[in-house]
Design a protein around this ligand. Sequence first.
Ligand code: UT7
Length: 318
Amino acid sequence: MYYSRIIGSGGYLPERVMSNAELEALVDTSDEWIQARTGIRKRHIAREDETTSEMCYYAARRAIECAGVAPDSIELIVVATSTPDLIYPSSACLLQRRLGIRNGAPAFDVQAVCSGFIYALSITDQYIRAGAMQRALVVGADMNSRILDWRDRTTCVLFGDGAGAALLERSDSPGIYKTLLHADGSYSDHLQVPSGVSKPSADPFIRMRGNEVFKFAVQAMDEIVGETLADTGLQQQDIDWLVPHQANQRIIAATVKKLGMSMDQVILTVGEHGNTSAASIPLALDAGLRDGRIKQGDIILMEAVGGGFTWGSALVRY
Ligand code: UT7
């Protein structure tokens, strides 16, 4: 029986930092409101000439260096993003080119908005478990600044840009115990960018019924914990770290309370990064691994909710 385990991580955030005070000059908002309702203090915003695949590249390179493997030994590249450079080729193919990998490894994108990294991780885990691959690169990246309406205070204060990456390798023991994926498309109107290729519109920006999303997220994150632990032999008290999607500190706090955990057991980045969609979990994971909080053998619960709605989780021993 095979499992996959994480052998390296990397993150990338654009250089430019935008504070809440700067947003006060753009829309009718305040640092107090943003911090009290979301926990966000600042976010990173990409340069005009920066691309998603470039952010992926820096995060991936750090993960590859961290794992100490040769790029050519990577047998699969999956990028989770809702903000690709182009309609096609996929960001994963563009990343493969930037990394100089020419071994014929499959590369493709996954689009599940803020749950994208969990979706990509789960897909990759299935390939490795099945014995089809030994080593894979999973990246979550989003350039939300390009699809924000900077006149809409209900969305523009929430999001940021970034990328995070994880290298996965086949192992005889977990590793990833379990991943769970869910979707309910009947909620597609609650959080969307109402413009695309077959249905272009004059509104290419994120539109969200924040309150509805909030309520759904709190409930979904509560329900998925028991479902994730089932049949793993692990209990709630075995979880050392929560590495959640970072949309709103209040959603995370509600999950922590339900889990009977403390906020000290959460890798919290929303204050510094805002909501970076598919990048938020791998960026938080990378932060926790690099500063030494997450140690070898620790049990990590990752969970996310995003547009679709999509939601999912991963239970991992580092
Ligand atoms: O990553 C994908 C998933 N996304 C999420 O999980 C986001 C989920 N939703 C949320 O995080 C929260 O719903 C928000 C942070 C978006 C909003 O917080 P809320 O506590 O649900 O506020 P609300 O939408 O109920 O709005 C409360 C008030 C409204 O004013 P009135 O109608 O009560 O007079 C808003 O117009 O706050 C107002 N408001 C703002 N005020 C200052 C909304 N945005 C702002 C703002 N600054 N930026």
